[in-house]
Design a protein around this ligand. Structure first.
Ligand SMILES: [Fe+2]
Ligand SMILES: [Fe+2]
Length: 202
């Protein structure tokens, strides 16, 4: 590391921080996949786990090419933190749908943190003329954005599912008390209309 100039040192530092986060998220995604019973959602999480692993590999390649690599050991810290958080996620919420909703909210937060990270790396790299790093960061950011978009839909549908699972149908309407009475005749919907959760492709 001693022979890297300031520019490459800074780029390597940012790439290494992103790498640590990706490794942490691998563990987190694995824990969430194990808890997810909704098939299309689970499938998309598995797809993003593959993307996440590819992000880490891409970052590692770039770091090594720039002459860095010593910082990659900090990954261990992220891993340990994620492992520690894993069991915590298992006790989330009262019902199955709520557990998945809470995980989706965490994932949504994480994707946005990643989006910010890669936007910063891309901009930094452009400013110092490191085109290869900029292209890498931009490509990764696009995948994080697609995942965030998918999660937005999941958060909405899982919130609805929590209502179906935990609130009796008679209590679902007219919380303000003014619009109309709860319709007692309607049987509880077993399932919400399921949108085909399309695995976004490139
Ligand atoms: Fe990622
Ligand atoms: Fe991600």
């Amino acid at each position: 590391m001693a022979d890297l100039n300031e520019r490459d040192t800074k780029v390597v530092q940012y790439l290494s921080e992103a790498y640590g986060k990706e490794k942490e998220l691998e563990t987190s995604l694995e824990a969430h996949i194990a808890m997810t019973t909704k098939a299309p959602y689970k499938k998309r999480l598995q797809q993003h786990l593959r993307e996440t692993k590819a992000h880490a590999r891409g970052l590692e390649r770039r770091i090594k090419k720039l002459g860095g690599g010593g910082q990659l050991t900090q990954t261990a810290v992220g891993k340990v933190m994620a492992v520690a958080k894993g069991p915590l996620h298992m006790v989330r919420g009262s019902g199955e749908q709520e557990k998945m909703l809470k995980n989706a909210k965490t994932e949504y937060f994480n994707e946005h943190e990643e989006i910010a990270t890669y936007l910063a790396i891309e901009t930094l790299a452009e400013k110092v003329g490191d085109r290869e790093t900029a292209i890498l960061a931009k490509g990764i950011r696009r995948e994080e954005e697609r995942m965030a978009k998918f999660l937005e839909g999941q958060i909405k549908s899982l919130s609805g599912a929590v209502v179906s699972e935990e609130v009796p149908s008679a209590q679902r309407k007219a919380a303000s008390g003014s619009r109309r009475r709860a319709a007692p005749k309607r049987p509880a919907k077993a399932k919400r209309a399921r949108k085909p959760a399309r695995a976004s492709r490139r």
